[in-house]
Design a protein around this ligand. Structure first.
Ligand code: ADP
Ligand code: MG
Length: 247
């Protein structure tokens, strides 16, 4: 069964379409990159799939169901700048938020939940910072806390919006190996990535978007100069870069 089905999805802001007529059928067990230039509608597409924006037209199903019925199986890591990092909350509490979907409606975390939080913090090497206020972390550490929260949720589908922006090399490596690990356990991971470097290394499949869907397929097949240029509008700087990337 397809994990995500998108049919004829169009989403506008102030009547101006940001994405138009997008169709996608995504199977489980892969890491999929969403690439395209700034303003191409990547975040809009992701938020649309997540049911966070109203549609002009179209339909999205996750595990064959409406998003509301699949929400517990989905983790979303928004772009870092969209989060209020001044909010007075410590690392451990952010990660515990990942467990809320598993708690009863009126309920408190159980020892099992606390254990999961501890384990994921260890896994991403943030266990020493569990009581630290989130605003006192570096960009890379903040991104790792987000990842820990997503892991604590034990979802089947992960949506990451530009997770590599502003992180250190250590965090980039940690994110990449986590993506691989999740995929190997049959999860589906969608990752927005606006830079063309490492695309072939990071992603099994690519969604190339610039308002409309330019291509969707195995990275090796669609990451071609022609499709890259169509996606990025044939900008000269990108053209030069493309040759380096392909060669
Ligand atoms: P990307 O993530 O590829 O950079 P976005 O999906 O954020 O692109 O944005 C696509 C287009 O929609 C851009 O032109 C952007 O300016 C516009 N846009 C995004 N969010 C809003 C919003 N909340 N209100 C109005 N326009 C928006
Ligand atoms: Mg974006």
């Amino acid at each position: 069964m397809n994990v995500i089905t998108v049919k004829n999805l169009t989403i506008s802001y102030n009547k101006k379409p940001a994405i138009k007529g997008v169709n996608l059928n995504i199977a489980s067990g892969s890491v999929i990159g969403i690439v395209g230039p700034n303003g191409a509608g990547k975040s809009t597409l992701l938020k649309g799939i997540l049911g966070l924006l109203p549609f002009d037209t179209g339909e999205v199903k996750i595990f064959g169901k409406d998003i509301e019925d699949s929400r517990k199986r989905i983790s979303y890591i928004p772009q870092r700048e969209q989060f209020d990092w001044d909010f007075p909350i410590c690392v451990e509490d952010v990660v515990m938020m990942g467990r809320y979907a598993h708690l009863p409606i009126v309920g408190f975390p159980k020892s099992g939940d606390r254990q999961i939080v501890e384990e994921v913090l260890k896994k991403i090497e943030m266990d020493k910072y569990s009581k630290r206020q989130i605003r006192q972390l570096s960009g890379g550490q903040q991104q790792r806390v987000f990842l820990a929260r997503a892991l604590a949720q034990e979802s089947d589908v992960y949506f990451l919006d530009e997770p590599f922006v502003g992180v250190d090399a250590k965090t980039e490596k940690a994110i990449f190996s986590l993506m691989k690990e999740l995929k190997e356990s049959g999860k589906t991971i969608l990752v927005i990535h606006h830079d063309l470097g490492k695309v072939l290394e990071y992603f099994d499949k690519l969604i190339m978007v610039n308002q409309t869907l330019i291509a969707f397929g195995d990275s090796k097949e669609v990451f071609t100069p022609e499709l890259i240029n169509r996606t990025y509008g044939g900008k000269l700087t990108i053209l030069q870069k493309t040759e380096e990337l392909i060669s």
